[in-house]
Write a protein that binds this ligand. Structure first.
Ligand SMILES: Cc1cc2nc3c(=O)[nH]c(=O)nc-3n(C[C@H](O)[C@H](O)[C@H](O)COP(=O)(O)OP(=O)(O)OC[C@H]3O[C@@H](n4cnc5c(N)ncnc54)[C@H](O)[C@@H]3O)c2cc1C
Length: 375
């Protein structure tokens, strides 16, 4: 049986950011990922936006780690050659009725410590985005986009260089508290030839994304239930992608379900329309009953009247690990906590958007929590 100081479950952006932070301070760090490669789940099925932090309740973990993570992500990308573009973005009020909500959003952003927010009118909107129609907009200078996949791999590379052992095809199937730590049961390898292995770790970190509730359940903690909420994208075909210059968002969904169907000019010059937000059954249900393209065109037209259904083609989709049930309302905060019954475990649950932006800040924060366990 292997011994570890720290074992991280999940090789998405959050697990890899934690691995980077903790391997800078401790040896014998393992990261285990059930898929054949890192970042194949939610971490590579998103908009790739480096968010600013304007949307989240003030003093929430989402606000704090997003604002801090925004700065840290740009720094990390520059240092480790991860492709990114610091674009800024517009949040647009489609008509005068939405302007009060727009101003409230700007105020919340300022309370969250987001710098440089500015309200503009239709003329300046047209100068920046000639095809977008709106009565007012917030300019959000700190927003940008990043190659999410390359960010995940760069974080993992740094962790590995610092000595972390990263194991793919490794699924955690049992967790058992023992004296001085937690015994972790693993299935290693392809489904058919998988081998059982055991590692005893002084500290276990649950960064299992959509499955974090089930992984917490392996330790007897059934406090959380994750509801997958699918976000689907369309892509704007060919030359019509030039209708959008950068990132353009509507006002967010009134009940906190999503940021609203927006336009994202990717690093590769394509334009995404989405993501939508639909509760689905199944944590791998990316494709069943995809929405018709007409639905995307309808949402998109509110800000970009020239767009037609024929300009769009279906793109990929991702699943948000929501803690708010279908009948619920509001925004649940990230859960980042020592397990109350098994204090050698740190649980990260409900790490939905802005988790990509927040990951490095979360990683540093979890590093401090690990210090309380190991020191
Ligand atoms: C449609 C959509 C758009 C988004 N857009 C943005 C955006 O623009 N900006 C932003 O900041 N955020 C965005 N997000 C949120 C962001 O993508 C997530 O918050 C982030 O990727 C979560 O990373 P993670 O590492 O927690 O989860 P994941 O990437 O899901 O990683 C968890 C990993 O754990 C592994 N795992 C699970 N169970 C086990 C087990 N038992 N054993 C071993 N491994 C296991 C999984 O295979 C998976 O690889 C978006 C999300 C969605 C769905």
């Amino acid at each position: 049986m292997d011994q570890a100081n720290i074992l991280i479950i999940g090789g998405g952006v959050v697990g890899c950011a934690i691995a980077r932070a903790v391997s800078a301070r401790w040896g014998d760090v393992f990261l285990v990922e059930q898929n054949p490669n890192l970042g194949m789940a939610t971490s590579s099925r998103n908009s790739g936006v480096i968010h600013s932090g304007i949307y989240y309740p003030t003093n929430s973990l989402k606000a704090r780690h997003c604002v801090e993570g925004n700065r840290l992500t740009y720094d990390f990308c520059k240092k480790h050659n991860v492709p990114f573009r610091h674009t800024g973005k517009l949040v647009v009020a489609a008509n005068t009725h939405e302007e009060a909500d727009l101003e409230a959003l700007k105020k919340k952003g300022e309370e969250n410590g987001v710098e440089g927010l500015r309200l503009i009118g239709p003329e300046e909107i047209r100068k920046r985005e000639p095809h977008i129609r709106g009565s007012a907009a917030i300019v959000v200078p700190s927003t940008g986009i990043v190659s999410a996949e390359e960010l995940v791999h760069a974080l993992a590379r740094v962790a590995a260089r610092q000595g972390a052992e990263i194991v793919d095809h490794a699924r955690v199937v049992s967790l058992e508290p023992v004296a001085g730590g937690i015994r972790v049961g693993l299935l290693i390898g392809d489904e058919e030839g998988a081998q059982d292995e055991t590692i005893e770790a002084r500290c276990v970190i649950n960064a299992a994304g959509l499955y974090a509730d089930e992984v917490a359940g392996l330790l007897g903690n059934n406090s959380w239930k994750i509801y997958p909420v699918r976000g689907e994208y369309c892509e704007v075909r060919g030359p019509r992608a030039s209708l959008i210059n950068d990132l353009v968002y509507p006002l967010p969904h009134a009940h906190g379900l999503s940021l609203g169907v927006h336009f994202t000019k990717t690093l590769w010059g394509t334009v995404l329309v989405g993501p939508t937000a639909t509760y689905v059954e199944g944590k791998d249900n990316y494709e069943k009953n995809r929405l018709p393209i007409a639905d995307f065109a309808d949402s998109a037209k509110a800000l970009l009247p020239e767009i037609e259904e024929k300009d769009l083609q279906l793109g990929y989709s991702g699943l948000r690990p929501k803690l708010v049930p279908p009948e619920g309302k509001g925004i649940a905060d990230f859960v980042i906590t020592r397990d109350p019954k098994v204090p050698e475990a740190i649980q990260l649950v409900g790490i939905e958007s802005p988790g990509l932006t927040a990951a490095i800040s979360i990683g540093n924060h979890v590093g401090e929590m690990v210090g309380d366990i190991l020191n």
